[in-house]
Design a protein around this ligand. Structure first.
Ligand code: SF4
Ligand code: SF4
Length: 438
């Protein structure tokens, strides 16, 4: 794609990066076929190619984005299916990330939308506040029936529908909090390794059982696990809202404490059980590439970050039980399959450890969770969830496995089939408890 940035514009490293990405696109349109929003809405401007044109124009003109541009960029899930499909290696992720920052800085959203986004950016990364908000949401749930229902074709969902979507996602009860930062779980038997486990923000409130399963499995196989003190939310939530000041501050804080832990006690890896977070931590090196003090440490931390299945794939797991009567539908989270290119490994691990694993039709399509997307775009998210749940139902599973809490909550909202994390099933197969269902 031909670009027309001025030399002055190209002096900005972000614009130089965007120029490189845009020039790689040959507008072949292969990506449109696998883009969930194009599949649903059929509008070229809701396809990757359409959005790439919109972003190009916005950046080249160097003017505040129009309402039309914002509408179509906001509808993008950042699922990255387009990156998997693109034959030219266009890094759409870095392009849309930049577009979101530009929109956040230069576009004035309606007051209610600004307020909602500010609340999400403030509450979600703070587990204490998030827990409190979930308790309050429980009391608000009966009111949800009075709020307007989603309309499939809505162009711009109103505040009340978004609040309704938020209330619907709140669980009816909250589990007790898991272990706190600073905890160390020694290896059982001879120590074969030492890892940090990302505590996460929403996940530690909604499902501490996931990291508990990871700790159980790892320590049982000779790996010491540390929950690093003063670790923060990885920044993914605010990064996807275009609030890069917040996201980068969190990245720097985490790099500082993880680097200190590595130098003090040694870490073989930083493990992540939420693939949305893993994708962003693996990108810290890029996000901080222009930061003189943090570029090097960020690259090292990104190299240390691993999805839990990547690390567990290198351990000789000792299955104690065979669950050949359990059919597991494996939902491949977008951040895992498109963001981190981890596709076969989780399924292989589940099969090797005795489960009957079934692929879900249209597995490349997002379930509609996508961070805060199911709150901000409830109509599209609801349609994607219904489509995902219908596809899952065709394989008639006993359980659904996924590697990302966002997907788990989203899918669980549309089915009575238990939704569990892959690591919970692996823990169960190797001596842990049967997963805490839903
Ligand atoms: S598939 Fe790649 S090269 Fe083709 S239009 Fe999409 S982003 Fe551009
Ligand atoms: S990230 Fe997903 S929703 Fe966004 S353009 Fe790419 S395929 Fe479409």
């Amino acid at each position: 794609m031909k670009t027309e940035f001025s030399l002055a514009q190209l002096a900005d490293p972000d614009i130089a990066e965007a120029d490189k990405i845009l020039r790689a696109c040959v507008h072949c349109g292969f990506c449109t076929a696998t883009c969930p929003t194009y599949v649903l809405l059929g509008d070229e401007l809701d396809s990757p190619r359409g959005r790439i044109y919109l972003i190009k124009e916005m950046l080249e003109k160097d003017k505040p984005p129009t309402q039309e541009v914002v509408k179509h960029i906001d509808r993008c899930l950042s699922c990255l299916a387009c990156m998997t499909t693109c034959p030219s290696g266009v890094n759409y992720m870095h392009l849309v990330d930049q577009a979101r920052v530009r929109i956040e800085n230069d576009y004035v959203r309606p007051l209610t939308e600004r307020a909602l986004r500010a609340v999400l950016a403030w509450v979600l990364p703070r587990p204490g506040l998030f827990r409190l908000s979930m308790v309050l949401a429980r009391f608000g749930r009966p009111l949800a029936a009075l709020l307007p229902t989603s309309k499939a074709a809505s162009a711009s969902p109103g505040l009340l529908r978004r609040i309704k979507a938020m209330l619907a996602l709140a669980p009816s009860r909250l589990p007790a909090p898991g272990p706190s930062g600073g905890s160390v779980f020694p290896a059982i038997g001879a120590r074969r390794g030492r890892v940090a486990l990302l505590q996460g923000c929403a996940q530690q409130v909604l499902a501490p059982r996931i990291n508990q399963a990871a700790i159980n499995l790892l320590t049982r196989h000779g790996i010491e696990v540390v929950l690093v003190k003063d670790e923060q939310c990885c920044g993914a939530l605010t990064h996807h809202l275009g609030r890069d000041g917040d996201a980068l501050a969190r990245a720097r804080a985490n790099i500082t404490v993880w680097t200190a832990e590595t130098e003090r006690n040694g870490l073989d890896a930083i493990l992540v059980t939420t693939s949305g977070c893993g994708t962003v931590i693996k990108d810290y090196g890029f996000m901080l590439r222009e930061d003189r003090d943090f570029a090097g440490p960020a690259a090292k931390i990104s190299a240390l970050a691993k999805d839990i299945t990547e690390y567990v794939g290198g351990i000789d797991l000792q299955p104690l039980r065979q669950h050949s009567d359990i059919v597991v539908a494996y939902h491949s989270a977008c951040s895992l399959q498109h963001g981190q290119k981890i596709t076969l490994l989780p399924k292989e691990l589940l099969s090797k450890n005795g489960f009957v694993v079934k692929d879900v039709p249209e597995s490349h399509l997002c379930c509609g969770s996508a961070g805060t997307y199911n709150i901000l775009q409830p109509d599209i998210a609801g349609r994607l969830r219904d489509r995902k749940v219908a596809n899952i139902a065709t394989v008639r599973p006993d359980m659904i496995a996924a590697g990302n809490i966002g997907c788990m909550v989203q899918i669980a909202g549309g089915t009575s089939v238990p939704v569990v994390h892959t690591i919970e099933l692996l823990d169960w197969a190797t001596g842990g408890p049967r997963p805490g269902l839903n």
